[in-house]
Design a protein. Sequence first.
Length: 64
Amino acid sequence: MKIGILGSGVVGQVLANGFIKHGYEVMVGTRSPEKLSGWKEKARITQPIQASQRTFHLRTGAET
């Protein structure tokens, strides 16, 4: 299963760590990529796709 987390603060990092620990593929969205640089080492991310930087645009104005 693939999991997407928007936000790389404390809560986002804890959630991502938990999902990675249980074998899920996780993508974390952040406005500050530098926040994730130290986290990648702590989380022991070994697969390159998990540590890649990509740009995604969220659609604004969507109805909920």
